[in-house]
Design a protein. Structure first.
Length: 307
């Protein structure tokens, strides 16, 4: 029998966004456990605590690489990289109670489907956020652009909704999150690969006519695929939206750039790769997405993140 408190949450992942959610939830009294595989990060989380750049306080949570330490959880937040989702699903199958729910706020398409195959549809909820954070070092984060957390209505999400509101997040409930997921895909497919290839912050893409043009072309290609699939986007002009997001998050390192600088695998397959596959299935040409996908795939997995 689990001895976990009712106000407990399991966060699967130890990256920038996972650490951001962990620190804000723990700061308002939520009992946070983080499940990950990055040993250096887990050690820092347990021994030092989470530090937010510019703040003096440390936030202490429990972190582990052993799913057996997380059994009996009713609430889980999935924030691993898309290529780690299948592993996360297997771990959650032993951690999550039968009446529990796992909420995915991950990048890319198809993560909820992978989770549902292992956990069942009733134990999976979808959401999307445009919050930004940069992992400077293990357990040390820099806050990025603020943004809402939008959750698809789900009968088991009530306790998690309360936690998120209590932690000060801008929470929105929607009947169907698909439009917002695709809106984020338009932005991510345009900004993330270019920042990863050029090793620049988001805002730098606005400073050169060539990168502004490429961003617009990528955004329009992704929007075309969404329209073909019958998905209505939350904005009318994809190129204007991507420019606005790059401006609002000018100082951010995109998640894909952070992966490249760490020498880690990226989410290029779940973002631009997904667009390419859907375009092929629907007879649409997306040559710019194809090009940046190929270039990011060619980046060697080496190097460290700059501090």
């Amino acid at each position: 029998m689990s001895n976990l408190k009712p106000d407990s949450i399991l966060i699967v992942g130890t990256g920038a966004l996972a650490t951001l959610f962990a620190t804000r939830l723990a700061s308002v009294g939520v009992n946070v456990t983080m499940l990950g595989s990055w040993l250096e990060g887990l050690a820092a989380l347990n021994h030092t605590g989470i530090k937010v750049e510019g703040e003096d306080r440390l936030v202490h949570i429990h972190a582990t690489d052993n799913p057996a330490d997380c059994q009996g959880m009713r609430l889980a937040l999935v924030l691993v990289k898309s290529w780690q989702t299948e592993r996360a699903a297997h771990q959650l199958s032993t951690c999550l109670t039968k009446d529990g729910v796992a909420l995915t706020l991950q990048n890319g398409l198809g993560n909820d489907t992978i989770l549902a195959r292992m956990l069942g549809l009733r134990r999976v909820a979808r959401g999307v956020t445009t919050l930004g954070a940069t992992l400077i070092a293990p357990a040390l984060i820099r806050m990025g652009g603020d943004g809402p957390v939008s959750l698809e209505v789900h009968p088991r999400l009530g306790p998690l909704e309360k936690m998120i509101r209590l932690a000060g997040f801008d929470l929105h409930l929607v009947d169907n999150v698909q439009s917002l997921v695709w809106g984020k895909m338009v932005v991510s497919s345009a900004i993330n690969p270019l920042t990863a290839l050029l090793r620049v912050e988001n805002g730098e893409l606005l400073n050169h006519p060539t990168t502004r043009t490429l961003m617009g072309e990528l955004a329009c290609e992704t929007a075309l695929v969404a329209n073909k699939l019958g998905v209505g986007l939350p904005f009318r002009r994809p190129e204007r939206e991507v420019n606005d997001v790059a401006r609002r998050t000018a100082g951010n390192y995109s998640s894909m750039l952070q992966d490249v600088l760490r020498g880690s695998p990226t989410e290029i397959d779940a973002i631009n790769g997904s667009i390419i596959h859907l375009a092929e299935d629907n007879g649409i040409e997306v040559p710019v997405n194809q090009t940046v996908w190929s270039l990011v795939k060619a980046i060697p997995l080496r190097g460290k993140i700059k501090k």
